[in-house]
Design a binder for this molecule. Sequence first.
Ligand code: ADP
Ligand code: TMP
Length: 239
Amino acid sequence: MQKGRLLYEGKAKKLFETEQENVLMVEYLDQATALNGLKKDEIVGKGQLNNQITSLIFKELSAKGIETHFIKKISKDEQLVEKVKMFPLEVVVRNVAAGSFTKRLGISEGSQLAFPIVEFYFKEDRLDDPFINEQQILVLSLATEAEILQMKKIALQVNKALQELFLAVDICLVDFKIEFGKTKTGKVLLADEISPDTCRLWDRSSQAHLDKDVYRREIGDLVPVYQEVCNRLEKRRDQ
Ligand code: ADP
Ligand code: TMP
């Protein structure tokens, strides 16, 4: 598959056209950002790890009957995906209180939530990706009622599948962010990535952070932590 025109360069990935109109090539970058890009560093090895972890996870979701944009991994830092029209929304699922949830609601980090909750954020860098509710999504015509319902349903299915997957490798899935797009036929499809950049993952015995919080909070080195997550998932896959 030929790498065509650069369509988009984001904070963690580049998107390229291919000779197939509905297929994109995604290149995972050796770059980490936090605070909406205010903190930014080159981190050698991060792109390959996130490409591998996302590929493993999307394959697992597919095996569990959850459709995604993922087609295949084609090199250490590249994968092919189905091109979709992204909803400008970040969909967050939380099982345990952490991050912005604890700050906004004054709940201590680590409190188990009575049931998983789904939140939406408006993906708009200029506004710092604010929290948005379902009526606001409708008023701004960002998605229809049926599409919101579908995103919530898939988000909870992904949560269940990921909780099982991470539990099997002794990791607690605290929360995660996913993104959806719409296919040419109008189907709501899980897209983007699922990696330690987009999840909070705590080691079940030590409670150590195995995710991007080590970079955000400057409490450790990112690469060995992402490598640990990757090793555990690969070991489980090969068993
Ligand atoms: P950001 O845009 O937040 O800087 P990235 O660097 O991860 O994030 O950029 C990847 C971009 O690609 C995101 O904006 C995401 O919404 C978009 N994207 C992910 N999957 C697809 C897809 N299948 N089709 C089109 N765009 C996609
Ligand atoms: P939050 O607690 O900061 O709202 O984050 C919730 C989850 O979403 C956490 O797993 C990190 C992830 N996330 C992203 O992937 N991208 C983002 O821009 C933000 C703010 C959070």
